[in-house]
Write a protein that binds this ligand. Sequence first.
Ligand code: FES
Length: 149
Amino acid sequence: MSVSAIRYYEARGLVTPVRTSGNQRRFARSDIRRLSFALIAQRLGLTLTQIETELATLPRSRAPARQDWRRISMRIRGTLRAKIEMLERTRDLLDGCIGCGCLSLDRCVLYNPVDRASRAGAGPRFLLGDRPGDFGPIGPRRAGGSQKA
Ligand code: FES
């Protein structure tokens, strides 16, 4: 991790080094874990506010123990699960219709006829968790809305 990144986290109060008589910073070994959590949490898309909130729950007077980190793990589990599911959908669906409204792929007529996925809102609905079947039967529509035989 770059010195500037460590200074940044220090300035945000995520780590609090002590100063030597020579005014050098000294970090506790447990700060390696705090900074590692901050680094990976940012890469996973957690906001700095989320990271600060979580790290603020850790004890300051002692090195955080396993149960301290377990509490954080339980709290962010839902966020991580949602990110994993989005990553899996993107991995599995990106070569097909993602329900974005472009109607540019041959599959769009099957999975998102007349961009009906837009009823659920903007963006690539099928990557965001909606399913083609949520908006009606899957398959090409005839003029007037009936299903092709
Ligand atoms: S990929 Fe955009 S609507 Fe199908």
